[in-house]
Design a protein around this ligand. Sequence first.
Ligand code: SAM
Length: 420
Amino acid sequence: MILKFINGETRSLPLKIRKNPEIIHYYNEIIRFWNKLNFIIKSSLKYSKPLEIDQYPKYLYAAFKILWEHTSEKNILIELKDIDRKFLKKVRTFSWDKALKHKNQREKLSILTATPSFMIEHLLTVMNLEFLKTNIEFMNGLNNIEITVRINNLLEKSNLQNLIPHIKESLKQDKIEFIEDLNVPELLWIPISQKNKVIKNQLYQKGNLIFQDKASAAVIQVLSPKKEEKVCDMCAAPGIKTSLIAQYMNNKGYIIAGEFLPERAEIMRLLLNKLNVSNVYILNTDSIVFPIRFQEYFDCVLLDAPCTGSGALLATPELKWRQNRGFLQQNIILQKKLLENALNLLKPDGVLVYSTCSLYPEEGEYQILEFVDHLKPLDLPNWFSPSYKINDKFIQGTGRLFPSIHHTQGFFIGKFKKKV
Ligand SMILES: C[S@@+](CC[C@H](N)C(=O)[O-])C[C@H]1O[C@@H](n2cnc3c(N)ncnc32)[C@H](O)[C@@H]1O
């Protein structure tokens, strides 16, 4: 599996492997700390000739077990058998002070927090080093002890307030601790260590509960769609936000959910069925060019745009190693075209919400600045952080959620009315 990552072939992993939680755990953690582990291995193997490529995963795994899980060398030898003892000892006695002696502050941060230098250089233009470090640490999972689960009330056709006591009772019976979120009433926080218990819980299995990041739910709180409205969710799969839109609308009105990739549209169809969403029409389309009949048609449009994912590295560590100028540029171009079409799809005075799970200003503030002549800014909840300052000014109608402040993914969210 790791060899496949080294060779850039991750999409072809057999389903059996992708479903094994233990393998997935080690895969994710090794990828999350990729450059840090490689640095440790390179420094510890200075005495030997370079490793054969098929030996490499074993060394990554051994270094991770010793330094992250404090596994003894004896137990590693039992598990891996033919691995060099001298290497294990070198890793155990590894000294960061010595190894990083000749590196500057930014290189040290890149290696110690396992973050691509492009990301560090780029984010230091909008935040200071300490704030950057705490956000990266959060996305590395170091301070992340709780996750959010959302209550879905579309199965019972009861309102949220009636369903909450029932859900609480079921969680208590399964000895799952929880607390209600202060800002988003549909969300409960649970300890990450109890995630598996939630997955086994009867109401979760039925579709009454779904894992959803608070920032993702906040995007729909901002959109706040009404029953009977016509809503377009332009980039909708896997449909987590779409299903919350349907919940706000009580399955009334209708939602057109666009998605470019057929396989992701199918995943969304299955999820919406499970959650008993019945007011969504899935459109397998390139949302840059929607059918002509939808021009100036929608009361609200959500553009949860494809992006670099630089704010969502906790959930998808593989994305870390795709952070570079080319990948950012590719996303900026796509987002701009999608934003242009979002304006075509909206009625005059219709509401646009634009969001990205990115920390880069180019995928947030700078995109909005391109369209200011067509947008009237609307208010955001007061628990959001303001946008980054561009030329010393906040961008009205936009805000940010940060891992280290809000304990969410890093998100940019903007809300506007289309100017007539
Ligand atoms: C950020 S994800 C959306 C997540 C989704 N809103 C949710 O909360 O579950 C962006 C989605 O846009 C899709 N996408 C990318 N380019 C697109 C395009 N040109 N038209 C429509 N969908 C596109 C991607 O395949 C991906 O599923």
